[in-house]
Design a binder for this molecule. Structure first.
Ligand code: DGY
Length: 322
């Protein structure tokens, strides 16, 4: 196996770092802070393999600034932060880590659904601020989940895993919007209704959960018009990518009461959070925790490592996206 020179842009779980360092000539970004565009471009010129994460913007300027990198092995499933066209034009292969973070991300979608529906964030903030005056029948009343419609926008691995939890665990009804109907066995298992029209889904869902990839095709998919098409008193949940949602329109809909609540794990320009949301009570704001459990982060690392190893052996890359 070729002993490649590899740059890892952020710290990885210790066991994966150890395996990687055993097999390759690895440089770790010990500071665990984002590298600048200039540092990334320099890395493209100095290393054979770059292992970035969602917090690194690998755009055309970074890619064209290099000349040595032959593989970008992303630590994560989403790759909208990497310019695939630019990579292809330079003959650089790109891989991701699909499958291993499906359950963790679906768990966070359910966390957000439950927290938004049951006003858990509001309650915790009230209690910590010493403002809780005790139990009363009308205090922080939320919404039940049983019998409510979960509308998934996108019904790939993570959308289906979220729907399974909501349907089997909480008695929710499932509807989904996607390019085509899902597998018949999944549709039967979840009694899932296919909505070929996005507004049709938005008008019937009590909870809308986003499971589409980020990037140009889905930018602002949930814009002011889409939010207006959502059922009054419904909730918006986003564990996909921040750029899918118009956050000014979302803030206005939360403040006007058109939406009862929202739960967000992702933002358009992380780590910045759209300021309009910070002062709003009925939105749950998490810091991109979708895949953040020990087992999943280790599995993501092992998956990225498998791609680097395959590249070093000259065999087919298990998770090639470009
Ligand atoms: C991904 O993998 O794309 C997530 O957003 C980060 O876990």
């Amino acid at each position: 196996m070729e002993r490649l020179k590899v740059l890892v842009t952020r710290r990885w779980p210790a066991e994966v770092e150890a395996r990687l360092a055993n097999a390759f000539d690895v440089t770790l970004n010990e500071s665990d802070t984002p590298l600048s565009a200039a540092e990334l471009a320099t890395a493209m010129a100095d290393y054979d393999v770059l292992c970035p994460t969602v917090s690194d913007r690998i755009d055309a300027a970074v890619i064209n600034g290099g000349g040595r990198v032959r593989l970008i092995a992303n630590y994560g499933v989403g790759f909208d932060h990497i310019d695939l066209e630019a990579a292809r034009s330079k003959g650089i292969a790109v891989t991701n880590t699909p499958g291993v973070l499906t359950d963790a991300t679906a768990d966070i979608a359910l966390t957000l659904i439950l927290m938004a529906a049951r006003r858990a964030g509001e309650g915790e903030r009230e209690l910590r601020a010493g403002k809780w005056s005790g139990w009363r029948p009308t205090h922080l009343i939320g919404s039940a989940l049983k019998g409510k419609v979960l509308g998934c926008v996108g019904f790939g691995r993570i959308g289906i895993a979220t729907a399974r939890r909501a349907h089997h665990g909480f008695g929710m009804k499932i509807a989904y919007y996607g390019r085509r109907p899902c597998d018949a066995a999944v549709a039967a298992e979840l009694q899932a209704e296919f909505c070929p029209d996005l507004n049709g889904l938005l008008g019937k869902a009590d909870f809308v959960s986003l499971h589409v990839p980020g990037g140009g095709d889905t930018a602002n998919l949930i814009d002011a018009a889409a939010i207006a098409a959502m059922k009054p008193g419904s909730y918006l949940i986003n564990t996909a990518r921040g750029g899918v949602v118009d956050h000014d329109a979302l803030a206005a809909a939360l403040q006007s009461g058109h939406l009862a609540g929202a739960g967000l794990d992702v933002y358009p320009a992380e780590p910045a959070v759209p300021p309009a949301l910070l002062g709003i009570e009925n939105v749950v704001l998490l810091p991109h925790l979708g895949s953040a459990n020990a087992e999943t982060r280790a599995a993501m690392g092992m998956c990225a490592l498998a791609n680097v190893e395959a590249f070093a052996r000259g065999t087919d890359l298990p998770n090639r996206v470009a």
